[in-house]
Design a protein around this ligand. Structure first.
Ligand SMILES: *Cc1c(COP(=O)(O)O)cnc(C)c1O
Length: 463
C-alpha cells in the first residue's frame, strides 16, 4: 500500500470513523498511566510498522487517553473540534508543504494568508488595509504585539534591546488577562514584574479609569503597551476597549486588544457592537483555532500597519532572496522563519462554509449560551458572571470551595460532560463554555442533569 492515494484514503477512512463515533465516546476517562505506558512500550522503533496499523493505534491512544476537548459535551476551555474542511485544508498544506518564509517561494499561499488578514482586519478597522501574520496561536500573536510595541516605542530598541529604554518598560493588562503575558515579558527580557495587572471592576472588567490610575502610580516605568482583553478566559468579560485605548494613546503606549477567543465572533455583524472601541487598537489577537474551529496551531496577529513589525523583525542575510518591502516577506515581519501554510485551514473552512455558514456557527454558540444560562437559573444555580458571550460561571447558593470542587469532580468523573472551575471575586465557581459547534440543546440537558446529581451528592441545598 504505497501509492499516495491508497495510503491517504486508508488513513482518512480511519480518522473519519473516529469522528463519526466521537459522540458515543466518554468525554474524559480516568487515566491509567500503566496502561498508557504499556501501550507506548510497544513502540521501540526498532522495526518499521505498517501505517495501516500505526494510524488506528494512534487514534485509539488519543481517543482513550485524553480529555476529549473535541466532544460535544466538553464545556471547557476554548478547544473546539476542528471543522472537516479545515482538516482537509491542513492536509493539503502538509502534503504540498509550501515554505512561506518569503513571498516569492509561495505566492499563492502568501496571498491567501494576506487576503484572510485583510478580511479579518476589515472587521476591526474600516479605514486601513491591515498588516499582520498567522501565528501558532494567541501566545505568539501576543508576543508579536509586545515586540512590535517595544520596537515602536524606541527606535533603537532593535539594536539596544531593553537598554534602549531610559525607564523600565511596563505592560498594563487586566488582572483577568491571559497570563501568557508573564511568559511573554520574560521572553522579551523584561521580567514578569514588567506586567502590571490592573484590578478589575467587579472582578471582571478593566476600565480606562483603573488603567489610568495604575499608570499614574508607576512613574518609574515607561508604559510601552496597554492590553485590553475582549473575552477573558475565565469569565468572558470584555474590557472597556475605547476607554483603555484613550488612556494608552495619552501615554504614547501601543494599544493591543487580546480577543483570542471572542474575536472569532467579529465575523458576525450582529455581534460587532460587543467589540465597540476595538477599532482604536494598534493591533489585535484572534485565535481561529478557538471559536472558528480550525485545527490547533492557528493564531492571527493583526495590525494597523507593517512598520512596527518591520522594525521588530527585519534582518538581512545573503542566503535569503533579496526581499521587496512591498511584499512584506514573512520572515522579516514575524517571529517564525520557516513557515507552515497555517492559513490553509481557515481558507478551506471559510471558502466551504461561506460567511453565512460561519455566522450560523457563531450564532448557535450565543443561542446555546443563553439557553444554558436560563436552564441553570431555572435549576436554582447562582449565575455569577455578566457577559453576552456563551460562557457561564455559576455555583450553588452559598457553596464553599470544597463543595464546588466536589461538584466539578462528580461531573468530570461521570464521563458525561466536562467543566472546570475558576475564581471569581475570590470565590471558586463552576465554569461552562459552549465550545463545540456540535453541541446541541440535549447536551445542555445532560450537563444540567449531571450537575444536579453532583449537587445532591455533594450535599449542597437547592436554594
Ligand atoms: C487562549 C488565549 C490566549 C492564548 O492563546 P493560545 O492560542 O493558547 O496560545 C491568550 N489570550 C486569551 C484571551 C486567550 O483566550
Amino acid at each position: 500500500m504505497s501509492d499516495p492515494e491508497t495510503v491517504l484514503a486508508a488513513a482518512g477512512a480511519a480518522v473519519g470513523r473516529a469522528l463519526a463515533q466521537r459522540r458515543g465516546d466518554r468525554v474524559a476517562t480516568p487515566l491509567t498511566e500503566s496502561a498508557l505506558k504499556t501501550a507506548l512500550e510497544a513502540y521501540d522503533f526498532a522495526a518499521p510498522l505498517p501505517l495501516e496499523r500505526v494510524v488506528p493505534e494512534l487514534i485509539h491512544l488519543l481517543r482513550n487517553f485524553a480529555v476529549r476537548s473535541d466532544h460535544p459535551r466538553y464545556f471547557g476551555l476554548f478547544n473546539p473540534p476542528a471543522l472537516l474542511p479545515a482538516i482537509a485544508g491542513d492536509l493539503v498544506a502538509a502534503a504540498i508543504n509550501p515554505q512561506l518564509a518569503v513571498w516569492s517561494h509561495a505566492p499563492a499561499a502568501a496571498e491567501i494568508e494576506r487576503k484572510l488578514i485583510r478580511l479579518f482586519g476589515s472587521l476591526v478597522w474600516s479605514d486601513v488595509q491591515a498588516a499582520g501574520t498567522f501565528t501558532s496561536g494567541g501566545s505568539e500573536a501576543n508576543h508579536t504585539a509586545l515586540l512590535a510595541a517595544l520596537a515602536r516605542c524606541d527606535p533603537s530598541w532593535d539594536r539596544d534591546g531593553v537598554r534602549a529604554h531610559a525607564r523600565r518598560p511596563a505592560i498594563y493588562a487586566s488582572a483577568e488577562s491571559h497570563l501568557a503575558w508573564i511568559k511573554i515579558a520574560r521572553m522579551c527580557g523584561l521580567g514578569s514584574d514588567a506586567v502590571r495587572l490592573v484590578p478589575t471592576k467587579d472582578g471582571l472588567q478593566m476600565t480606562g479609569d483603573a488603567l489610568a490610575r495604575a499608570i499614574a502610580a508607576d512613574s518609574s516605568c515607561a508604559p510601552v503597551m496597554v492590553v485590553a482583553t475582549a473575552g477573558t478566559t475565565a469569565h468572558g468579560s470584555i474590557d472597556d476597549l475605547a476607554g483603555i485605548a484613550r488612556v494608552g494613546r495619552d501615554h504614547g503606549a501601543h494599544v493591543h486588544v487580546d480577543a483570542a477567543w471572542a474575536g472569532g465572533a467579529l465575523l458576525h455583524p450582529d455581534y460587532r457592537h460587543l467589540f465597540a472601541g476595538i477599532e482604536d487598537a494598534d493591533s489585535v489577537t484572534i485565535d481561529p483555532h478557538k471559536w472558528l474551529a480550525v485545527p490547533m496551531g492557528t493564531g492571527l496577529f493583526l495590525a494597523r500597519d507593517w512598520q512596527p513589525l518591520a522594525q521588530a523583525f527585519a534582518v538581512s542575510t545573503g542566503y535569503m532572496p533579496p526581499t521587496s518591502g512591498e511584499r512584506h516577506d514573512a520572515y522579516i515581519h514575524s517571529v517564525q522563519w520557516s513557515r507552515r501554510f497555517i492559513g490553509a485551514r481557515l481558507f478551506a473552512a471559510l471558502a466551504t462554509l461561506g460567511l453565512e455558514g460561519y455566522r450560523a456557527l457563531i450564532d448557535r454558540a450565543f443561542v446555546l449560551g443563553n439557553q444554558l444560562r436560563a436552564r441553570l437559573l431555572a435549576d436554582h444555580w447562582h449565575v455569577l458572571n455578566r457577559t453576552d458571550l456563551p460562557l457561564v460561571c455559576f455555583a450553588p447558593v452559598a457553596a464553599d470551595d470544597e463543595r464546588v470542587r466536589a461538584i466539578e469532580q462528580t461531573v468530570v468523573a461521570s464521563g458525561e460532560a466536562w467543566i472546570s472551575t475558576v475564581r471569581l471575586r475570590r470565590q471558586l465557581v463552576l465554569r461552562a463554555c459552549i465550545t463545540s459547534y456540535e453541541t446541541e440543546a440535549g447536551d445542555l440537558d445532560a450537563l444540567v442533569d449531571v450537575l444536579g446529581q453532583g449537587r445532591r451528592a455533594c450535599g449542597t441545598s437547592r436554594s
